[in-house]
Design a protein around this ligand. Sequence first.
Ligand code: 164
Ligand code: MG
Length: 368
Amino acid sequence: MRLEKITLRHLKMPMKAPFTTSFGTVDEKELLLIEAKDKSGITGWGETVAFVAPWYTEETLKTTWHMLQDFLIPILLHKEIGHPDEVTSLFAPIRRNCMAKASIEGAVWDIYAQQTKQSLAQALGGQKKRIEVGVSVGIQPSVAQLIALIKDHIEKGYKRVKIKIKPGEDVEVVRAIRAELPNLPLMVDANSAYTLDDIEILQQLDDFNLLMIEQPLAADDIVDHATLQKKLKTPICLDESITSYEDARRAIELGSCGVINIKIGRVGGLTEAKRVHDLCKANHIPVWCGGMLEAGIGRAHNIALTSLSHFLLPGDTAGSSHYWYEDIIDPEVNVKDGYIEVPQSVGIGFRPNMAVIDKLTISKEIYQ
Ligand SMILES: O=C(O)CCC(=O)C1=CC=C[C@@H](O)[C@@H]1C(=O)O
Ligand SMILES: [Mg+2]
């Protein structure tokens, strides 16, 4: 394939319910949509997942735009590409900036799937016809409200619930949930809010039969996580710490985790995500697909990736209506009894809804 025209659109999407973490609240998601046109006329779509502020990783919406415009688009435009895996090598001289890289690499994978007349899931080697999904719940004003919201999600069929914890809002919150919902598949995500000095608190969490504790320690750490994992029965799941295959290999070798959350944007694209999946499979480390409050295009890519065989745990890919008044794809992502059907039609399996996209676009740039 050869990309001849790339359109970047900056979208602002109001969220149905604000998502609050220890770093702040997202009540409006901003994202870039990448529409890449191949010389044959096929169009592929990608989406950036970086937030406006750099609290999850160092990338932001503006840094992704800068990287795409000044480095990544010039590398790919008018270049002959045989297979999407080549994009990873072409981008190798550019350090990190994984979310920027992943967004345009996703569009290349979409074109490749259409050219080879397969669904994106098939192109990636995915076998599953449906995927199991859970839901991630942000911080709520009170524990009673949190429990009410969790019950609402269980009724909707979600297969597991993830809550956010931070020092001062951890053991007692989990205890209160367990008192009412002793058998709920439950996990906690700390987004690096603790250090090894908090080991006693983290050990108390061992008593609540949690599926896992996600990213308790620093985002750039795998050594302290290995120390902590030896002292916990509950598996540690690494999120922020894993930005590549090499990070995953080292973490597995050190025993830093029992589970890995794969986010396409965090590891730099679908090719790298698949490599991390394959490595974890060979090492019997279960994986699941994390979420970044994606709109429909990013959500479609997550669904295709999750169809790979070693995604053994429910992911954070909840349905479109959980986040959006109107999603940017047609049909929207629908969750039924905790499952999403993996589309079997060619490409990502969802059509971009241009009427909604145009309505939400606040600026647009064309590169050719
Ligand atoms: O997309 C979703 O529903 C999952 C959202 C979610 O839990 C997260 C998204 C982005 C940063 C974090 O707050 C958190 C995570 O760390 O996984
Ligand atoms: Mg996380």
